[in-house]
Design a binder for this molecule. Structure first.
Ligand SMILES: NC(=O)c1ccc[n+]([C@@H]2O[C@H](COP(=O)([O-])OP(=O)(O)OC[C@H]3O[C@@H](n4cnc5c(N)ncnc54)[C@H](OP(=O)(O)O)[C@@H]3O)[C@@H](O)[C@H]2O)c1
Length: 382
């Protein structure tokens, strides 16, 4: 029986984790649930899974939740201390990092400090502070198992092979909803168009990141840190069918791919039950119906966020945290119709352009860069 703490339990990843937990009550037990302020869903989850405690963002949400679940005996915590407790609760074996954005970083570090194994969906954690996180995890002997489907695929393609035989990683991308939209029509893109992903069902922020290809850029950095690979050896390739979740090539010309239908439950189940594979009832890809797999190079002119992310990742230091923070501000502004789709890369680029990079940052430098970049990006949004 594995005890879980699920950070971001009300999100797209979090709810899929709970679906798997429900399928295997003899294998998993939920000890902690944490979200931001979706009180109604969290209350339902508390009633269904009876955790030791639950955590929300602020005191107001905590009071509301307490009223909602009164009589359940489940303690409610809030704020940074609450998330830290969620990440380090002694009975927990594995922490699922499924919060969105920079909010994931401090709880993941707390989980590593507490010696928990980690199933990581929150790519922003590694983008912001990959060196610090991986070093700490290495020192503690902690395994970080990827939930991102591409990283789960790479992890599987690397298994059983010698790292020194690896040639490169092909990180696949669906291309998002605007793969075939001409650049001169990008000015008309509305949030609801960008949310409408052709192959994956995801949360708001990651859906917009997928539409700009920033998501792929963040994933390149995530893969670099997780697998200790230089970004020069990670190539993004567009594969609109989203069946090949990524590939690894070797010195002898072999290419190993991992495939499955585009549904996060496969990667989630593998991360939380590794090395066991669970019978989650996932159908196989219908190869005859799919007919053909296609591949193409990404169009950096249409999707400048991908180039910005490669640039930030190759420069390193505090620049990836600045890119990440500026992107979070820009995506939120786009969702609130304050800026256009094409303004997103502009806000990110201008913010990056004003930053003096600290090459070997401490955690405090990264957090300062994050705060600074949010202020500068807000200025760009106007
Ligand atoms: N969705 C996917 O298919 C997918 C695939 C691969 C990787 N990922 C990564 O997984 C992470 C989660 O994505 P998602 O799509 O599941 O996001 P989502 O649906 O937006 O859910 C985000 C979760 O985080 C919580 N949250 C948001 N802001 C928070 C804050 N400041 N402090 C604490 N909790 C906060 C939310 O709580 P409330 O509901 O209360 O707001 C919710 O539980 C992201 O890093 C994403 O890039 C997602």
């Amino acid at each position: 029986m594995k005890s879980l703490s699920i950070l971001g339990s009300t999100g797209s990843i979090g709810t899929n984790v709970l679906k798997i937990v429900e399928m295997f009550p003899d294998k998993f037990q939920v000890r902690v649930l944490a979200a931001k302020n979706n009180i109604d869903m969290l209350a339902e989850q508390i009633r269904a899974f009876s955790p030791d405690f639950a955590v929300v963002f602020d005191e107001k949400s905590a009071l509301k939740l307490k009223n909602n679940i009164s009589g359940s005996g489940v303690e409610i915590l809030f704020g940074h201390d609450g998330y830290r407790s969620a990440a380090s609760h002694p009975p927990v074996d594995m922490v699922i990092a499924a919060m969105v954005g920079s909010a994931g970083l401090i709880p993941v570090l707390a989980a590593i400090d507490a010696g928990k194994s980690i199933a990581l969906a929150n790519k922003e954690t590694l983008v912001m502070a990959g060196e610090i996180v991986m070093k700490k995890a290495g020192e503690k002997g902690i395994k970080i198992l990827p939930i991102d489907s591409e990283h789960s695929a790479i992890f599987q393609c690397l298994s059983g092979h010698r790292r020194e035989d690896m040639h490169k990683i092909f990180l696949t991308a669906s291309g998002g909803p605007f793969l075939n939209l001409p650049l001169n029509e990008f000015d008309r893109i509305r949030p609801e168009d960008a949310m409408n992903h052709p192959t994956w069902q995801m949360g708001r922020k990651v859906s917009i990141d997928s539409a700009t290809l920033m998501n792929k850029g963040l994933e390149v950095m995530e893969a670099g840190h997780l697998f200790g690979v230089s970004l020069e050896d990670i190539e993004v390739i567009i594969h609109p069918q989203s069946v090949i979740h990524s590939m690894v090539s070797y010195k002898d010309g072999s290419v190993i791919a991992q495939m499955g239908i585009p549904d996060m439950k496969g990667a989630i189940a593998y991360a939380i039950s590794y090395p066991e594979r669970l019978p989650i009832g996932q159908p196989l890809p219908d190869f005859e119906k799919i007919g053909a797999f296609t591949f193409q190079k990404p169009d950096y002119k249409k999707f400048p966020c991908l180039a910005l992310a490669y640039n930030a990742g190759k420069t390193g230091g505090t620049l990836p945290a600045v890119l990440n923070a500026a992107n979070e501000v820009a995506v939120e502004a786009f969702l609130n119709r304050r800026i256009s789709f094409r303004d997103i890369p502009e806000v990110v680029e201008k913010t990056m352009g004003r930053h003096f990079v600290i090459a070997y940052p401490e955690l405090s430098d990264i957090l300062k860069a994050d705060t600074w970049a949010r202020r500068i990006a807000e200025e760009q949004v106007g």
